[in-house]
Design a protein around this ligand. Structure first.
Ligand code: 5CA
Ligand code: ZN
Length: 428
């Protein structure tokens, strides 16, 4: 499917440093990308399940990976970016059933709204934006490979992945046994289903259920034991990542709620299929945004929607600044005060860069680059620009300094605008 239009990313002088990020699998900071200088960096970010509109949690997660790509581009890496759309899955079908909508048109309309929100927020689009439905032949192929390797089996017509087939299973999220079981049950898994070899084994292919969509897997797959049905969740992302990026890509991204089981299972499935590892060189997870003490989620309905704020006339650059004020790894709660503070900051920045000249800005680029390269310290990067804005305001307020043209620099406002745009995605 098509993605959304790419915003311009201004070129900055020189290159930024290598970016260090917290890798969930390594349990510490690692240099990224693994690709050599000048080579393309390959990134897969899990996309939405399109049954409701983009909320601040989604926006925050996609912004995290947008910042990483901006930093990689600045460090001299072209970026190959893939994102999926889970356009068939339980929550989508359940919502369509509950509201009496057609599931295909629900997915299409929510994906269209997501594209609009991403465009407004100036999030870099993926090069390949790929739906689960259009990837069904890829999934069928992988399920057959797992069956052929003895790493998959049938439970009453459904096909499961055997987690024991990957000796390194567990090395992405590092949960202990009881944590894995509890988390698997909470996040779409079925640990209690009778007939499974291990409670953690996950669904690869679900045979047709009454009233639900299903796809014919083809003759060879039929012979291998697949009935008409639909893909399981984890294999969807593994299939799309392997097709468009291949093994050993640089970064698998998503919110912390995807580390287990989703990224753990996807990595194990791909590693068993290819006999290679790693699936991804790093696994980076963005914290959860909440509202009123709970994780913001479509299923709970406690949502602050990007599209609602846009309709109310809120500048998307203020939304972006509100999100950037929190470090990507923290869990935090959205409040109206976040937006108020961001609107004030945006107004001050815009006023400061709208002057014909400004106080020198030569140190700001290095400061912003250094903060971003240090595990994406966006709040620190904002402070580096704030400091220039404060100097500019002080100089403007001081009549003698304002007359001191030697201390003024006609390039400075433009420099700050380009830094803000290229590295933070905030167009002033
Ligand atoms: N389609 C799957 C991934 S393959 C999925 O998780 N879809 S989603 O629509 O539920 O979430 C899309 C992305 O937003 C995921 O990376 C998820 O971790 C992130 N996300 C969801 N809720 C929040 C939240 N409250 N705060 C931060 N990120 C969130
Ligand atoms: Zn995914």
């Amino acid at each position: 499917m098509h993605a959304w239009p790419a915003p311009e990313v201004p070129e900055l002088p020189g290159h930024g440093p290598a970016v260090r990020l917290h890798d969930t699998a390594a349990q510490g900071l690692v240099p990224t990308p693994a690709a050599a200088p000048g080579e393309a960096a390959r990134i897969y970010v899990c996309g939405i399940t399109p049954y409701d509109a983009t909320h601040m949690g989604h926006a925050n997660t996609y912004l995290t990976f947008d910042l990483i790509q901006r930093a990689w581009l600045d460090a001299g890496h072209p970026v190959s970016y893939v994102q999926n759309v889970t356009d068939v899955d339980d929550p989508l079908l359940e919502r369509a059933l509950a509201t009496g909508q057609d599931w295909v048109s629900l997915a299409e309309s929510e994906t269209a709204l997501f594209r609009e929100d991403m465009t407004a927020l100036r999030i870099l689009p993926p090069r390949h934006y790929v739906g689960a439905v259009e990837s069904i032949p890829l999934v069928v192929d992988l399920v057959m490979k797992l069956l052929a390797r003895g790493a998959a089996y049938d439970v009453d017509g459904d096909i499961y992945f055997s987690v024991h087939a990957d000796p390194t299973f567990g090395s992405v999220a590092h949960l202990d046994g009881p944590e894995m079981l509890a988390t698997f049950g909470e996040r779409g898994g079925d640990p209690g289903r009778p007939g499974k070899k291990d409670p953690l084994d996950c669904l690869l292919w679900q045979a047709e259920r009454e009233g639900e969509p299903s796809w014919e897997p083809g003759e060879a797959a039929r012979a291998a034991g697949l009935k008409p049905g639909r893909p399981g969740w984890h294999i969807e992302c593994a299939a799309i990542a392997l097709e468009h990026l291949g093994m050993g890509f640089d970064l698998q991204g998503g919110g912390t709620d995807l580390a287990f089981p989703h990224h753990e299972m996807g990595a194990s499935e791909a590693q068993v299929i290819t006999g290679q590892r790693p699936y991804a060189h790093s696994y980076v997870h963005s914290g959860m945004v909440g509202l009123d003490g709970e994780k913001m989620s479509k299923s709970k309905g406690n949502l602050v929607l990007v599209s609602k704020l846009r309709q109310a006339g809120v500048d998307p650059m203020a939304v972006r600044l509100a999100l950037l004020a929190h470090h990507y790894r923290t869990d935090w709660e959205w409040t109206d005060a976040d937006l108020d503070a961001a609107q004030t900051r945006l107004a001050r920045w815009r006023a400061a860069v709208s002057r014909p000249d400004g106080v020198p800005a030569d140190d700001v680029l290095a400061a912003v680059r250094e903060r971003i390269a240090d595990d994406l310290d966006a709040p620190g990067a904002l402070k580096a620009i704030d400091a220039w804005v404060a100097r500019q305001e002080a100089a403007d307020a001081d009549a003698s300094a304002a007359r001191d043209t030697a201390a003024r620099n006609t390039a400075a406002p433009g420099q700050i605008s380009r830094i803000s745009d290229a590295l933070l995605g905030v167009a002033l």
